[in-house]
Ligand binder design. Structure first.
Ligand code: OGA
Ligand code: MN
Length: 297
C-alpha cells in the first residue's frame, strides 16, 4: 500500500487524502485502518478523481459500519443511496423551484448534521458529486469539535450533561410548513441525545446540535431555541469552517459526530446530482454515552 497522506484543507480540520482511494479502502484492511484513523483525526476527508459508482461507494462506506437506508418519502427510499438532485427522474427535466426536491435542497442549506433525528444517529456520511453546476452548489463544513474547544469552560460543563431534542419536521418547517409529510413525521418522531459527543478513539469532544434541534431538557422552549441558535452561530464562525468547491470525481466523507454541513445555493437552471451513503453509529463510535438517562424519559 502507498503511504497515506492527509493534506490539510480547513482551519484545523478537513483534509485531502492522497495515496489511497475508495477501492483501496474497500479491498484492504490496512487502507481502511489508515483512512479510519484520518477520519477520527480530521473529521472531513476529501478523495479526488474517484471512478465512483453506487457499488464502489457502498463497498467503501460499508467498511465503516452498517449503512442506513434512505428515509421514508425521500429519493432512494429503502436503499442505501440518498439522492440529492434537481433532475426529474421520469422526464430528465430540471424541477421547478417549488418542487419538493428543490425545497429539500433549500432545507439542506441550513446547517445540520445528518440523521441526528434517527435512532441510532449517523457516524458518517459519504457524498459523491455525480453532476455539478458550473458555479455555486458548494458544500460547507463547520467543526463542532473546534467550537467545543473554544467555548468557555463553564458553558461546556453545563452542556456536557444536557440532552437535546432533534426533529426532522422542525428543520423542514423552517423552509415550508408541510415539507415534512405525515408519513415522514410519523416515521421520525423527535429523539433525544446528549449534547456532547466524545470520540472514543481520541477523547475529543464535540457539541452535538443542528438545525434539527428543537429543544433542551429542563429549559423553557424559547430559551432553548435561542441558545441553540446562538451555539450554531458560534460553531459556524469562519474560523471553524471549510467550503468545498466540487470537482468531478470528488467524494467527501464527514464525521456527523463532529461537524455540521450545509449545501450552498446554485442557480436552479443548472443540474446538480449528488449521491450519499450514510453509516450508522455503533458502540465503537461512542454511541453509549449519547442515550438520555431513563429516569428523565
Ligand atoms: C447531504 C447534504 C449538502 C450538499 O448530502 O447530507 O447535506 O451540498 N448535502 O448537497
Ligand atoms: Mn446533510
Amino acid at each position: 500500500m502507498q503511504a497515506v497522506q492527509a493534506i490539510p484543507l480547513g482551519p484545523g480540520f478537513a483534509a485531502e487524502i492522497r495515496g489511497v482511494g475508495l477501492a483501496d479502502v474497500a479491498a484492504s484492511d490496512a487502507a481502511y485502518a489508515a483512512v479510519r484513523a484520518a477520519f477520527d483525526e480530521h473529521s472531513v476527508l476529501l478523495f479526488r478523481g474517484q471512478p465512483v459508482t453506487n457499488e464502489l461507494q457502498a463497498a467503501f462506506s460499508q467498511r465503516f459500519g452498517t449503512l442506513e437506508t434512505a428515509k421514508a418519502a425521500s429519493l432512494g427510499e429503502g436503499t442505501p443511496f440518498s439522492i440529492l438532485t434537481n433532475i426529474d427522474r421520469d422526464t430528465g427535466a430540471l424541477v421547478p423551484p417549488d418542487h419538493k426536491e428543490a425545497l429539500r435542497a433549500k432545507a439542506n442549506q441550513l446547517w445540520h448534521t445528518d440523521s441526528c433525528f434517527k435512532v441510532p444517529p449517523a457516524l458518517a456520511s459519504v457524498l459523491s458529486a455525480r453532476t455539478i453546476p458550473p458555479t455555486g452548489g458548494e458544500t460547507e463544513f463547520a467543526s463542532q469539535r473546534l467550537a467545543w474547544e473554544r467555548l468557555p469552560e463553564a458553558r461546556c460543563k453545563r452542556l456536557e450533561n444536557a440532552y437535546a431534542w432533534h426533529d426532522y419536521a422542525h428543520s423542514r418547517g423552517k423552509i415550508a410548513p408541510h415539507l415534512a409529510s405525515e408519513r415522514e413525521r410519523s416515521s421520525l418522531p423527535p429523539v433525544r441525545w446528549r449534547m456532547r459527543w466524545r470520540n472514543p478513539a481520541n477523547g475529543r469532544d464535540s457539541l452535538y446540535i443542528a438545525s434539527h434541534t428543537c429543544g433542551i431538557d429542563g429549559m423553557p422552549a424559547d430559551e432553548a431555541l435561542a441558545l441553540i441558535a446562538e451555539l450554531i452561530d458560534f460553531i459556524t464562525k469562519p474560523e471553524h469552517t471549510y467550503v468545498h468547491v466540487w470537482q468531478t470525481g470528488d467524494v467527501i466523507m464527514w464525521d456527523n459526530r463532529a461537524t455540521l454541513h450545509r449545501g450552498r445555493p446554485w442557480t436552479n437552471d443548472k443540474p446538480r446530482h449528488m449521491v450519499r451513503t450514510t453509516i450508522t453509529a455503533g458502540a465503537a463510535d461512542g454511541l453509549a454515552q449519547m442515550w438520555p438517562p431513563q429516569a428523565a424519559a
